[in-house]
Design a protein. Structure first.
Length: 746
């Protein structure tokens, strides 16, 4: 933790190095400059600001055939995505300014999700750290490097709550919980935007995908979402709102419909909630060709109608689809859209460019010297290692088979044992894979210098069923004291357009594990994956399981240092791991129903809400994670057993490190509202604190509960707290802990 703070301070003080420079043009304050500029602009020039095309750096969606270079030459473009590097963005900016009558700079956007070049764990893995400073640091480093490479704007944070691991994009979010997701979202906005957007090492953030994209039916990407407004507002919207309160500069609409209305055409979402209720003053970009997709949604009859519906709903910028460029002027002439709507959208975009300092100096992000100095800076790689170590989740460790000892003979096997490609995960921006990312094999070789102690064999592929490598791996494993199997998914088996109907380990990896099991040696399973997997057999047959997610550029070092005890795993699951895919959606903050199943001891085993063919609990619950040490909780105290609408209750608990390793524990506070005017979840996360405890040390951890924490949308859709009985649970995961009660009175 101290290490993190030092890094954050180091990076934060760098703001001053890149704040407004003497070379900046002296221009008027925004509230004068923008209106004066817009007064000079033609309608065509205003519409151009609402147009974004993709360069050919990275492909992040279907081809459209639009020639972005020609469009820039015609002065038809306000923003470009997927162009990176100082050189490339400078060239495009020069081309733009040469053809822009009023010298309006281009805005360069890019998907910097968990790092630009120095890649951090996938964001689901970062969420597993439950360490907000670590997550902010990750975004801060990402912004430093992206900004140094000419990028002004990142399409992050992705804040979609999801309860369905079949959906590949759970890898990009922060899991199933609204409270944790909201905290993570704010940490990322702060990391990306810093405290001064004018500084040349901060980037505009973009909260996406608005909204409820993670609730796609059956976990199939882009699929239909249908939910009550209550569920939308209580579960899916709070992380978005939290980023507005944190000052996020932009939003991105989602591909999906919600209850019949595509988000990109939803006036309710964009004008009523986002810009109206929440007072959002930034601008809204669509997702990639999402306006065009209003047609196949069956919501718009043609391209002109799609453009009309999107602008009227509150979209400000058209990503890639060319619909605004093609139709807005004619729609205006036909009176189907208004100049006020175009002006409002244009103003919002221009204000963002002003806030970034692009009118002061359109080349402020184009400094080759800085690009060379900043990217892959030692401090950045250290930060990536630090965050990766904090994201590791230990799911099982029978007989303390972990940590390994250097004198042991260890056979490292599995398709990901020497992998440098998948280890940085999906959405890895400009991250280098081969030759740069640290593989597990490389990481282990740094820790274990006696090469006679370790062997490395793939044994099998991730998906390919070839068996010709298995015997060599088994031969080496037979000679070892311990076997470590590094397995999982391809990086592109999660992320966008990567939904799976089975969430088992793919290919014949499990078959290989069964062969290894026959050797009767301890087996440690290390997982690299972008979603919760179904691990029933593995949990019964492996001695230890370490969830490493896709841990990033320094992933091999993080895994090796964790396996050999130089790092004590402290992560907790941000998403439930089901026993099988038939249980999905399964999440901790579910409703009780009228016939709650109490488990094997329930006196009524039939007429209960349960499956008859599987244990109804999750395999690993939300918030779960082990350590190499043990923790004990005691002395749960509430400052009072009643609280009124203006009061608060202090909750304290003692946590002791009762094992043999200094380690961190994530102390979690859950609250249940026993009775409401509408049914309430069996519990909800309302607080957490990651505390470092030396072996033998005990600390008292405190939380404060206020009626604000107890609010929900009541039977009349009013966001309020209702008097009544509440239960408090404090522990190291969502399935157990010390309990107490209190009453909320009027
Ligand atoms: C993609 C993704 C979105 C991304 C955008 C630009 O389709 O849905 O998350 O930011 O296009 O690459």
């Amino acid at each position: 933790m101290k290490h993190n703070t030092a890094l954050l301070l180091l990076l934060a003080c760098s703001f001053s190095l890149y704040a407004q420079k003497s070379s900046d043009k002296k221009i008027k304050p925004r509230n004068e400059f923008i209106p004066e500029l817009m007064a000079k602009m033609t309608i065509d020039e205003k519409i151009s600001q609402l147009v974004q095309y993709t360069a050919d750096g990275t492909v992040t969606g279907p081809k459209t055939g639009i020639n972005y270079i020609e469009e820039i030459k015609k002065g038809n473009v306000g923003s470009i995505l997927n162009a990176t590097s100082v050189k490339y963005t400078r060239e495009l900016q020069e081309l733009n300014l040469k053809n822009s009558r009023l010298k309006i700079p281009l805005l360069f956007g890019y998907d910097v999700i968990h790092g630009y070049k120095t890649i951090f764990p996938i964001t689901l893995g970062e969420a597993a750290s439950w360490d907000l400073k670590a997550v902010e640091l990750s975004a801060r480093v990402a912004a430093e490097e992206a900004a140094a490479a000419g990028v002004h704007w990142t399409f992050a944070p992705m804040v979609d709550i999801s309860r369905d691991p079949r959906w590949g994009r759970v890898s990009e979010g922060s899991g199933e919980d609204t409270y944790l997701g909201s905290k993570m979202a704010v940490a990322r906005v702060r990391g990306f935007q810093g405290n001064d957007l004018m500084a040349a090492n901060t980037v505009l953030a973009c909260t996406k995908h608005f909204a409820a994209y993670g609730a796609a039916e059956a976990g199939r990407d882009y699929n239909t979402v249908d939910m009550s407004e209550r569920v939308l507002r209580e579960t899916y919207l709070p992380p978005f709102k939290a980023t507005v309160d944190a000052g996020v500069g932009t939003f991105m609409t989602s591909f999906n419909e919600i209850s019949g209305v595509p988000a990109t055409g939803s006036k309710f979402l964009l004008r009523d909630v986002l810009k109206g209720e929440w007072g959002f003053n930034g601008f809204v970009v669509t997702d990639y060709t999402a306006i065009n997709e209003l047609i196949p949604h069956g919501f718009a009859k043609d391209s002109a109608n799609a453009g009309e519906l999107a602008l009227r709903a509150g979209v400000d910028m058209d990503m890639v689809g060319g619909i605004f460029m093609k139709n807005l002027k004619k729609l205006l002439q036909e009176g189907k859209v208004t100049e006020a709507q175009i002006n409002d959208a244009c103003r919002r975009v221009l204000e963002a460019k002003y806030d970034l300092g692009l009118f002061h100096d359109p080349y402020r992000y184009n400094n080759e010297k800085r690009e060379k100095e900043v990217i892959y800076k030692k401090e950045h790689l250290e930060a990536a290692l630090d965050v990766a170590k904090k994201s590791m989740v230990l799911l099982k460790n029978d007989n303390n088979v972990l940590p390994l000892r250097k004198e042991q003979k260890v056979a490292f096997v599995g398709p990901l044992v020497n992998d440098e490609w998948n280890i940085i995960g999906s959405w890895a921006a400009s991250g280098d894979r081969y030759g740069y990312a640290v593989s597990v094999q490389e990481g282990v070789n740094k820790v274990v210098t006696d090469k006679g102690k370790v062997t490395f064999d793939k044994g099998v592929e991730i998906v390919d069923p070839r068996r010709d490598m298995m015997q060599a791996a088994l031969d080496n494993a037979r000679k070892a004291d311990v076997i470590v199997a590094v397995m999982g998914e391809f990086e592109n088996m999660s992320g966008e357009a990567a939904s799976r109907t089975s969430i088992d380990l793919p290919g014949i990896q499990k078959e290989f594990l069964a062969e290894l099991k026959k050797l009767n040696k301890p087996i440690v399973l290390v997982l690299m994956n972008g979603r919760p997997l179904t691990l029933n057999w593995e949990n019964e047959n492996m001695d230890a399981i370490l969830e490493a997610w896709f841990p990033g550029t320094m992933g091999g070092d993080a895994i090796a240092q964790t396996l050999y005890g130089m790092n004590v795993p402290s992560g907790k699951l941000p998403m439930t791991f089901p026993r099988n895919v038939g249980q999905v959606p399964i999440y901790y903050n579910h409703k009780n129903t009228g016939r709650p199943y109490l488990g094997p001891t329930d006196p009524e085993q039939k007429y209960k809400s349960r499956y008859i063919d599987v244990d109804n609990s999750p395999l690993f619950p939300f918030g779960y994670g082990l350590s190499y040490t043990t923790f004990s909780y005691s002395n749960l105290k509430l400052s009072s057993k009643t609280v009124n609408m203006n009061g608060s209750i202090k909750v304290s608990v003692d946590v002791a490190n009762t094992g043999n390793y200094d380690a961190a524990e994530v102390v979690q506070l859950y609250i249940q509202d026993n009775v409401g005017s509408v049914t309430r979840p069996v519990k909800e996360l309302k607080g957490f604190e990651k505390v470092m405890l030396k072996k033998g040390e005990k600390k008292t951890v405190e939380f404060t509960i206020t009626p604000e924490d107890l609010k929900f949308y009541n039977i009349d859709m009013q966001f309020t707290a209702e008097p009544g009985d509440f239960e408090v649970t404090v522990g190291g995961n969502s399935a157990s802990g010390l309990q107490d009660k209190f009453v909320l009175v009027k």
